[in-house]
Design a protein around this ligand. Structure first.
Ligand SMILES: [Zn+2]
Length: 132
């Protein structure tokens, strides 16, 4: 079977499909500058989107890890219950969260508790002042 021929939407030539790429609403030769540029742009866009998602995930992991350790340390909620919650709300982040908690410890240190209570207290004061 001969290779499939398609028409390039840039130069109009019939060309072996394998030498073309999807471009706008058809196919075009790989050699055209505008095609190369469009591919480069697309790659860049995908890369930026991926970086954005990674940054969002990192933030979510940081805040979830803090929350889990606080609930476990201060309110005594068992880790298994907290992990069950993450499994439902952020299943894709569960393994990263577990790894981060393994690194930092399930329980917050006394220093961490003090710092977070002070921060929280300052925040409450600020919020209630704003409400007056
Ligand atoms: Zn062409």
């Amino acid at each position: 079977m001969p290779p499939k021929q398609v028409q390039c939407i840039v130069c109009g030539e019939m060309i072996n499909k394998r030498q073309t790429l999807a471009y706008e609403n058809g196919r075009a030769c790989r050699k055209h500058e505008e095609v190369i540029e469009a591919i480069e742009e697309m790659r860049e866009k995908i890369k930026m989107e991926k970086q954005g998602i990674e940054a969002e995930n990192k933030l979510a992991i940081i805040s979830l890890v803090s929350m889990i350790r606080a609930f476990h340390t201060i309110r005594g909620i068992p880790m298994i219950v907290l992990y069950e919650h993450v499994k439902r709300t952020h299943p894709d982040l569960l393994s990263d969260i577990k790894a981060e908690i393994a690194k930092r410890g399930e329980k917050m240190s006394q220093d961490e508790v003090t710092t977070s209570l002070l921060t929280y207290g300052a925040l409450i004061k600020k919020v209630s002042k704003g409400a007056e």
